[in-house]
Design a protein around this ligand. Structure first.
Ligand code: HEC
Ligand code: HEC
Length: 84
């Protein structure tokens, strides 16, 4: 019976670590935010981003950039200051 409980504790600890890791991964703090500039505000689709950040475009991402193309998973929009 004691053994059984011990195993549950380990499963519980692993579960907590997984949850914390998941929350960190979606918090977006460690990635540069999307600037709140003219060129960024209106865009809601990845294909829009690629017009400027695609491989042959105006501002390609660094070669060291993570290979995934689901921009909004990592890059969150900067909050726009409310205009007067
Ligand atoms: C019209 C061209 C254009 C489009 C479209 C565009 N960007 Fe950009 N992006 C730029 C330019 C130019 C810069 C660098 C200057 C600046 O910070 O505004 C930049 C900078 C960035 C940065 C870096 C900010 C930093 O702090 O280093 C991120 C992240 C970014 N863009 C993400 C995106 C995402 C995600 C999209 C799609 C929603 C997107 N961009 C669409 C032109 C564009
Ligand atoms: C898996 C997470 C992730 C995804 C998905 C992602 N990025 Fe990034 N991006 C990063 C990280 C991390 C950096 C910072 C890299 C550095 O500082 O070297 C970054 C940096 C940038 C920069 C700044 C310049 C550079 O190359 O470092 C731009 C622009 C950018 N990303 C655009 C995009 C666009 C556009 C997309 C979608 C096509 C995208 N990112 C998808 C994680 C991501």
């Amino acid at each position: 019976m004691v053994k059984f409980k011990m195993r549950n504790n380990i499963i519980f600890a692993v579960f907590i670590l997984a949850v914390v890791g998941f929350l960190l991964s979606i918090s977006g703090k460690k990635y540069p935010q999307i600037p709140a500039s003219e060129s960024h505000l209106g865009i809601t689709e990845v294909s829009g981003c690629m017009k400027c950040h695609g491989p042959d475009a105006l501002m390609p991402r660094k070669p060291a950039h993570p290979p995934k193309d689901d921009c909004f998973k990592c890059h969150k929009k900067k909050r726009v200051k409310p205009s007067k």
